[in-house]
Design a protein around this ligand. Structure first.
Ligand code: AMP
Ligand code: GLY
Length: 417
C-alpha cells in the first residue's frame, strides 16, 4: 500500500520511521517532508495547508491511507476532503479538530461536561477584557482563541502585562483572526504532563506519558519555543494520576465530543497540569505533539500502522497497543538564536544508524543543510532515564552543524523527582 503523510517536521519523521516497520506499506510520500527524511519517504513539494493539492496528489498516486499530522490542515478539514475521495485517514475531521482550533470551544466543552480545567472568562472585545482585568486575580493567563503557531498563550505576572497582552492580541491583531476572541484564565501551578492518546471515538488508549521542555534555555529560562526536548515516561504521571485522568478527563472528553456530534478519531493530546487539587487540562491538541512523538513512538512496541488503521475503522478495542518499559530522551538541536533570528544553510553531518528526526533541513547538491529553527531531534532509549539522557547527549556529540544550539539539561527535572 502507498501511504501519504501530511507534514514536514521531526514529528512526521518519527511517524514515518515507525510506519516503515509495517511490511504492507510499499511506499510513503511526505507532503512536504524535508530533505532530512529523503531516505525514509519521497518528499513532494506540496504545502501542508494546500488541501486541494494534497487531495489531487492522493487521487492521482493510488494512495491507500493518509496520515494528517499538523494542526493547520486538520483544523482546515484535510481529513474530510480526503475521506470524500474514499481515502481512509488517521486524524480527526474538521468538526472534531475544533477541540484544538478554538480555545473558546474547548473551554466551554470542559465547563459543560465538568472536565477539570482552569476557571476562565471569554471576551470578544478588548474594552470588556481590560475592564475585567482591573480586578482579576494576578498572575493570569491570556489565550488567543484560534491557532497561533504555539505563541498565542501569554502568562501575565502583573496587571499591566495582562493589559498589554490583550492589546497585542485584540487590537494589534498579532495572531490575526485567531485573536477575535480571547480566553482569560486562572493561573495554575504544578508539573506539566503530556499524554497523547489513540482514540476511535469509542475506545481511548493513552500512550506512554512524556515531559516537554518548552523554554529555549537551561533551567526553563528564555522564550517559549515549539519544544527543546522531551523525556518519556513522565515521572509525575503516577498510576494514581493516570487512573484519575482516565476517569475525570480522558473518557469524559471522548464522551463529550460524541454528545456534541463531533466524534474524535485520531491522536488526541492532553496537555495536563498536576495541581494540588488534581490533574487539570491546560490544553487539548488534535494531533501528535512535537517533540513528544519523538520519545513516545520509539517506545511503541506494537505496529503503528495497524493501530492507525483500526482508529480509522473504529476497531481500536481489538488492536494491541503496547509500550516498552524503557525510557526515552530526545534532545532538540536548533539553530542558535531560535526562536528569534537565526542563520541557516550550514551543512549537517550525522550518523545514519541513529534515531535522529530531522525537522528543519534541506538537500542541496547531495548535502544536507540547515533550513529552520529547530533542525533535528536526537532520541535514545535505555533501561533507565539516566542512561537514556546520557546516551542522547553522547549521540548529540556526533552530530555537527555550524551554529548548533541545544539545551544541556533535558531530563534533569524528571531525574530529580
Ligand atoms: P499552550 O500553548 O496552550 O501549550 O500553553 C503554553 C504553556 O503555557 C503551557 O505549556 C503552560 O506551561 C502554560 N500555561 C497555559 N495555561 C496555563 C495556566 N492556566 N496556568 C499556568 N500556566 C499555563
Ligand atoms: N510540544 C507541544 C505541542 O506539540 O503542542
Amino acid at each position: 500500500m502507498k501511504v501519504l503523510v501530511v507534514g514536514g517536521g521531526g514529528r512526521e519523521h518519527a511517524i514515518i520511521k515507525k510506519l516503515k516497520e509495517n511490511k504492507e506499506i510499499e511506499k510513503i510520500y511526505a507532503l512536504p517532508g524535508n530533505g532530512g527524511m529523503a531516505n525514509d519517504a519521497e518528499c513532494v513539494a506540496i504545502g501542508a495547508k494546500d488541501i486541494p493539492a494534497i487531495v489531487e496528489f492522493a487521487k492521482t498516486h493510488d494512495i491507500g491511507f493518509a496520515v494528517v499530522a499538523p494542526d493547520d490542515p486538520l483544523v482546515l478539514g484535510a481529513v474530510d476532503e480526503l475521506q470524500k475521495c474514499g481515502i481512509p485517514c488517521f486524524g480527526p475531521e474538521k468538526k472534531a479538530a475544533i477541540i484544538e482550533g478554538s480555545k473558546v470551544f474547548s473551554k466551554n466543552l470542559m465547563k459543560k461536561y465538568g472536565i477539570p480545567t482552569a476557571a476562565y472568562e471569554v471576551f470578544d472585545s478588548a474594552e470588556k477584557a481590560l475592564k475585567y482585568l482591573e480586578t482579576a486575580p494576578i498572575p493570569t493567563v491570556i489565550k488567543a482563541d484560534g491557532l497561533a503557531l504555539g505563541k498565542g498563550v501569554i502568562i501575565a505576572m502583573t496587571r499591566s502585562e495582562a493589559a498589554d497582552a490583550v492589546k497585542t492580541i485584540m487590537e494589534d491583531k498579532a495572531f490575526g483572526e485567531s485573536g477575535n476572541q480571547i480566553v482569560i484564565e486562572e493561573y495554575l501551578e504544578g508539573p506539566e504532563v503530556s499524554v497523547l492518546s489513540f482514540t476511535d471515538g469509542k475506545t481511548v488508549v493513552p500512550m506512554i506519558s512524556s515531559m516537554d521542555h518548552k523554554r529555549a534555555h537551561d533551567n526553563d529560562e528564555g522564550l517559549n519555543t515549539g519544544g527543546m526536548g522531551t523525556v518519556a515516561p513522565n515521572p509525575y504521571y503516577t498510576p494514581e494520576v493516570a487512573e484519575r485522568c482516565m476517569k475525570e478527563i480522558f473518557l469524559p472528553t471522548i464522551n463529550a465530543m460524541n454528545a456534541e456530534g463531533r466524534t474524535f478519531k485520531g491522536c488526541l493530546y492532553f496537555g495536563l497540569m498536576i495541581t494540588k487539587n488534581g490533574p487539570k487540562v491546560i490544553e487539548y491538541n488534535c494531533r501528535f505533539g512535537d517533540p513528544e512523538t519523538q520519545v513516545v513512538l520509539p517506545l511503541l512496541e506494537s505496529d503503528l500502522f495497524e493501530i492507525m488503521k483500526s482508529v480509522a475503522a473504529g476497531t481500536l478495542s481489538e488492536t494491541e497497543v503496547k509500550f516498552s518499559q524503557k525510557h526515552a530522551c530526545c534532545v532538540v538541536m536548533a539553530s542558535d538564536g531560535y526562536p528569534q533570528k537565526y542563520q541557516t544553510g550550514f551543512e549537517i553531518t550525522m550518523p545514519a544508524d541513529k534515531n535522529i528526526y530531522v525537522a528543519g533541513a534541506k538537500l542541496d547538491g547531495g548535502k544536507l543543510l540547515t533550513a529552520g529553527g529547530r533542525v533535528l531531534g536526537v532520541t535514545e532509549t535505555a533501561d533507565t532515564l539516566e542512561n537514556a539522557v546520557k546516551k542522547a547527549y553522547e549521540t548529540v556529540g556526533t552530530v555537527h552543524f555550524e551554529n548548533a544550539y541545544y539545551r544541556k539539561d533535558i531530563g534533569k527535572k524528571a531525574l530529580e523527582v
